[in-house]
Ligand binder design. Structure first.
Ligand SMILES: *[C@@H]1O[C@H](CO)[C@@H](O)[C@H](O)[C@H]1NC(C)=O
Ligand SMILES: *[C@@H]1O[C@H](CO)[C@@H](O)[C@H](O)[C@H]1NC(C)=O
Ligand SMILES: *[C@@H]1O[C@H](CO)[C@@H](O)[C@H](O)[C@H]1NC(C)=O
Length: 246
């Protein structure tokens, strides 16, 4: 049993405080925001689900239709503020990992004449990106810029899956039509996670008469639906960041 002066004790304290900070941060950030449920779209556009993404003040609204013919579709509205008014915002699915490399990205920015555009990028390396086809069929895409905020609308063919990796990002500048690299702050590096497309069926509750009296938080609200993702994002983000800073 290590005593309080034992080196192992200090190590354990350090590790547990990192875990505690990560846990508190991941609990606080979605509770502080929970904004997406109040965001609305013009022209009666609406989505079944939304998530306050855990970093970069970004939001994702989405409807996944696994029964769509001929293929399942994912409709999204991604809302984010670029790092500067002449910057860009991006949202991506990554079929291989929750990471930048491999991202099939939609990037929105303003053209020299001021009109907003959204283009697709297959991010296969660090370094300058160029517009290209992506591995998901893009049925629709458009973007709007207003009051400093971009919204990317898109409808993609996304094969039947319970969850997909998603990555989002914001950058400060676009040069000759090419979005320039984003900063490498903790938030910029942690902006990735899982998007739960289909809610896992809840396990059958154990027949426990006393538990009926205590109301449990519903797993069903659009914010709570993503809390698992937020938790993982927060914990891995911070642990990742602390490893990064070593
Ligand atoms: C702005 O420039 C783009 C690219 O050159 C062009 O496609 C678009 O039509 C222009 N928009 C306006 C409103 O002039
Ligand atoms: C994306 O880039 C990777 C690596 O260059 C390539 O293997 C893949 O075929 C590309 N995907 C598409 C849809 O072009
Ligand atoms: C999305 O919303 C629909 C309708 O409210 C709900 O049935 C579904 O379970 C939600 N999906 C997720 C992943 O939360």
């Amino acid at each position: 049993m290590p005593t309080p002066t034992h080196p192992l004790f200090h190590k354990a304290m350090a590790v547990s405080s990192i875990i505690l900070i990560a846990a508190v941060a991941s609990l606080l950030s979605p509770a502080a925001a929970l904004t997406c449920t109040s965001q609305t779209f013009p022209h009666n556009v609406a989505f079944a689900n939304c998530t306050d993404l855990p970093t970069l003040k970004a939001y994702l609204h989405w409807t996944y239709d696994p029964a769509a013919k001929p293929n399942p579709t994912l409709s999204v509205a991604f809302i984010a503020t670029p790092a500067s008014p002449d910057g860009w915002v991006a949202w991506a699915l990554n079929p291989t990992a929750p990471a930048m490399i491999g991202s099939q990205a939609l990037v929105a920015f303003k053209q020299p004449n001021g009109s907003a555009v959204v283009k697709t990028y297959n991010i296969s390396a660090y370094g300058p990106i160029s517009e290209s086809k992506i591995s998901y069929e893009v049925l629709e895409k458009s973007t709007e810029y207003s009051n400093g905020v971009f919204t990317i609308f898109a409808k993609l063919v996304v094969p039947l899956a319970e969850e997909v990796n998603q990555v989002w990002q914001v950058g400060a500048s676009v040069k000759d039509g090419v979005p320039q690299k984003h900063s490498f702050s903790v938030d910029n590096l942690a902006s990735k996670g899982k998007l739960q497309l289909i809610r896992r069926s809840a396990p059958a509750p154990a027949p426990e008469p006393t538990s009926a009296a205590a109301p449990q938080p519903q797993n069903g609200t659009s914010g709570a639906g993503s809390s698992r993702g937020v938790m993982f994002g927060g914990v891995f983000g911070l642990v990742g960041a602390s490893i990064f800073m070593l």
